[in-house]
Write a protein of this length. Structure first.
Length: 620
C-alpha cells in the first residue's frame, strides 16, 4: 500500500467526510444523522444527547453486506481491528479496540454478556454468530464498565437479534456461493457456500421465531506452507425464540441457541491433519415490566461451551459454562433525568485438572441528565464484588454540551472513566500457566471530542482518547501468567464523517490513529482508514464501493520469538444488489479484494485474494 493512499483518505476526512447506510431515500436522514442510540445509557436517546462515540450498524447495512461475516462488517469501523477477519474462515480472531486487547472488549447479545471461560483469553468467538440473525449492532468506544461491568474497557459490541414479524407468518431465505482463493492461485473454483432460513410471526399475544444457518468454506490452507493443502471450515447454527405478551405492561421471551463448527487447521505453521470442533449451547430469558415513568428489565442466560482438538498431540477437550443475570430498573424523572439502578450476576465455570469457578456480583447505578439549554451529563458507578478479589469501585463522568446552530449543532464531549478486569479462570487456575496470585488489571480512560452536524447532510466527529493500564497480564519465559511491571499507555484520535449530498448517493469515511506504549503492540495498526460509497441507480438497484487501508503493525514470529513488521495494505471491495420482485426477491454480487492485493494480515497465515460471491434473498 502506497503512502499517498493514506494521505488521500486523510484529505477526504479533513474536507467533507462521508457515510452511507440505508437504501431508502427517506430513512437515510432519519437513521444516520438523527439516529437514536441506546448502548451508552440503556435509554433511547438522540445522538446529539449522547456524550460517547456510538457506531450503529443498521439492518440496512447488514443487508447491504450480505455474504460477509460479522467480523468483516465490524472491522470497517473506526478504532476496531479484528485480526484474522480477512483470512480463511477458521483462523483465530482477536478483537482489538483503541489499542487494547481482546479481553478488554465486551460482547453482548440481546442484553447478555457472552464469553467462553474455558479459553485462554475468555473472549467470545465471533465465528459463532450468523449475520442473518442480527437486526442491528451498536459499538460504544471507550470505557463502559459502570454500565456493563468487567471487560468493558475499550469497547462494547452490543448485538440485537431480529424480532418477530407482526404478521402471522413471515419468512426469509438466503443462499449464496462464491470463490475462496488466494491472490497467487486465482482458480475461480467454488469454495464457499452459505445458507440461512428464518420463519417467524405473531399469533395474538404469542410471538415465535426459528432460524437455521450454515457456512462451508474450502480451498484455502490455514498456514502459508509449500504444500498449501486445503483446510475445511463448516458452521451450523440454530435459534429458537418464543415470547408472550401478558398485557401492555408485561412481556416474557425465552430463547435457545445451538452452534457448531468444525475447523481443520495447521499446527506450528506446517501442514498437519488437525481438526477442531466447537459447540455452544445457550438458553435464556428476558422480561420487561412497564409501570408509570419506568420499567423493570431482566436478562438472564446459561451458556455451555465445548471444544475438542484432535491433532498431532492427541485429543484435548476444554469445557466451560457461564451464568449471567442482569436485573435493572429504568426510571425517567421530569423528562430530563434518565436513571438506571441494577445488579449484575456472573458465574464462570471451567474444567481443567479439576472443576474451577468464580462469581461476580455487581450493584450499579447510572444517571443521564438532558437539559433544555444544551448540557448533557452521563455519570455512574459500580461496585465489583468478586469471589476471589473482594470489592472494587469503578465510576465514570461523561459531560457534553450542544450548541445549536441555524442548520444543525456543534457538540463538545468529554469523559473520565475507570475500569477493572479480574483475571479469567485460565489465567488463575489453568493447567498451563495458571497463577492464583495474579492481581486484577486496572484502567483509567480520558476522552475529549467535538461533533459537528449541518443541514441533515453532514456530520463530522473527532475524538481523542488516552488510556492508562496497570497490572496487565502477560507471560514469563515459562509461559506462566504474570502481572507485567510496566504500565501501558494507549492514545489516539478517531475521525468519523457522514455526508449525504443527495438522496441517491452517500459516503462514509473514518480514520484512526493509535499509539500503544509499554509493550510491543502486537497486531495493532498505528494508522487505519475506511471509505464507503453507496449509490442508488434506480428504485430497484444500488451499489457500493469500499476502500480499506491498514497500516504497519507487528506480529510475533514464534520460531525466533522476535517481532516482525508487517507491511501496510489496502483492499477495494464492490457490491451490487438488484430487486427482482419489490420487497420480496433480490440478488446480489460481491467482489472482495477487487485489485487482488497480495498481503499478510497475520504472520504465517493465509489471506484471501480476489473473490466473488453471488446470492439471492427471498422475503415471504
Amino acid at each position: 500500500m502506497k503512502k499517498n493512499h493514506l494521505w488521500l483518505i486523510t484529505a477526504l476526512l479533513a474536507g467533507k467526510g462521508i457515510f452511507a447506510q440505508n437504501a431508502q431515500q427517506d430513512s437515510l436522514k432519519v437513521q444516520q444523522l438523527d439516529e437514536v442510540v441506546v448502548s451508552d445509557s440503556k435509554f433511547e436517546l438522540k445522538r446529539e444527547n449522547s456524550g460517547k462515540t456510538v457506531i450503529k450498524i443498521t439492518a440496512e447495512e447488514m443487508q447491504r453486506n450480505q455474504g460477509r461475516t460479522v467480523a468483516e462488517i465490524i472491522n470497517t469501523k473506526s478504532g476496531i481491528e479484528i485480526a484474522g477477519s480477512r483470512g480463511r474462515d477458521g483462523d483465530v480472531l482477536g478483537v482489538y479496540a483503541r489499542g487494547g486487547r481482546g479481553r478488554q472488549v465486551l460482547i453482548i447479545i440481546d442484553g447478555v454478556r457472552v464469553s467462553d471461560p474455558s479459553t485462554f483469553s475468555a473472549e467470545y468467538d465471533l465465528r459463532l454468530l450468523s449475520p442473518n440473525t442480527i437486526e442491528s449492532i451498536e459499538i460504544i468506544k471507550g470505557a463502559a464498565s459502570t454500565l456493563y461491568g468487567t471487560n468493558a474497557v475499550t469497547a462494547v459490541i452490543n448485538i440485537t437479534t431480529k424480532k418477530s414479524s407482526k404478521k402471522k407468518i413471515a419468512g426469509n431465505f438466503e443462499t449464496s456461493v462464491g470463490t475462496n482463493q488466494t491472490a497467487d492461485d486465482q482458480n475461480y473454483n467454488l469454495g464457499s457456500i452459505q445458507n440461512s432460513a428464518n420463519v417467524n410471526g405473531t399469533l395474538g399475544k404469542f410471538t415465535y421465531g426459528v432460524d437455521f444457518s450454515n457456512r462451508y468454506k474450502s480451498g484455502l490452507s490455514a498456514a502459508v506452507t509449500p504444500e498449501n493443502e486445503e483446510d475445511i471450515f463448516s458452521h451450523y447454527s440454530t435459534n429458537l425464540k418464543l415470547g408472550y405478551q401478558f398485557s401492555d405492561a408485561i412481556g416474557v421471551q425465552v430463547y435457545g441457541n445451538q452452534t457448531k463448527f468444525k475447523n481443520e487447521y495447521d499446527a506450528t505453521l506446517a501442514e498437519a491433519p488437525n481438526l477442531g470442533e466447537n459447540e455452544q449451547q445457550r438458553v435464556g430469558l428476558s422480561s420487561t415490566l412497564d409501570y408509570g415513568g419506568g420499567s423493570v428489565h431482566l436478562n438472564t442466560a446459561f451458556t455451555d461451551y465445548e471444544s475438542v482438538a484432535n491433532d498431532t498431540f492427541g485429543e484435548s477437550i476444554t469445557e466451560g459454562s457461564n451464568w449471567v443475570l442482569d436485573l435493572y430498573n429504568k426510571y425517567v424523572f421530569g423528562e430530563q433525568f434518565h436513571t438506571i439502578l441494577g445488579v449484575n450476576y456472573i458465574k464462570d465455570e471451567a474444567v481443567f485438572t479439576e472443576d474451577v469457578d468464580f462469581t461476580i456480583v455487581d450493584p450499579y447505578a447510572n444517571v443521564v441528565y438532558v437539559s433544555d439549554f444544551g448540557l448533557n451529563l452521563n455519570a455512574g458507578a459500580r461496585l465489583n464484588n468478586h469471589s476471589e478479589y473482594g470489592n472494587h469501585f469503578v465510576y465514570n463522568v461523561n459531560p457534553s454540551y450542544v450548541f445549536d446552530t441555524e442548520n444543525g449543532y456543534v457538540k463538545l464531549m468529554g469523559s473520565y472513566a475507570t475500569s477493572y478486569i479480574t483475571p479469567n479462570l485460565t489465567q488463575l487456575f489453568g493447567a498451563f500457566g495458571g497463577n492464583s496470585e495474579l492481581e486484577p488489571e486496572e484502567n483509567t480512560t480520558i476522552e475529549g471530542g467535538i461533533e459537528f452536524k449541518l443541514n441533515e447532510k453532514l456530520r463530522i466527529s473527532t475524538v481523542y482518547f488516552d488510556r492508562n493500564e496497570t497490572n496487565a497480564i502477560g507471560y514469563d519465559a515459562n509461559f506462566m501468567s504474570i502481572n507485567i511491571a510496566d504500565e501501558i499507555d494507549a492514545n489516539g484520535v478517531e475521525v468519523e464523517a457522514t455526508w449525504l449530498p443527495w438522496s441517491k448517493f452517500s459516503v462514509n469515511a473514518n480514520y484512526t490513529f493509535t499509539e500503544r506504549k509499554g509493550d510491543n503492540a502486537i497486531r495493532i495498526p498505528k494508522h487505519k482508514a475506511n471509505v464507503f460509497l453507496w449509490y442508488q441507480f434506480c428504485e430497484t438497484t444500488n451499489a457500493s464501493l469500499s476502500y480499506a487501508y491498514t497500516g504497519e503493525r507487528f506480529d510475533t514470529d514464534f520460531a525466533t520469538f522476535s517481532d516482525i513488521a508487517l507491511e501496510p495494505f489496502s483492499l477495494l471491495n464492490f457490491s451490487i444488489g438488484h430487486e427482482l420482485i419489490k420487497n420480496k426477491l433480490n440478488v446480489f454480487v460481491n467482489a472482495d479484494n477487487l485489485l487482488n492485493e497480495d498481503y499478510r494480515e497475520l504472520l504465517g497465515f493465509t489471506t484471501r485474494g480476489r473473490n466473488f460471491r453471488v446470492g439471492l434473498n427471498l422475503n415471504l
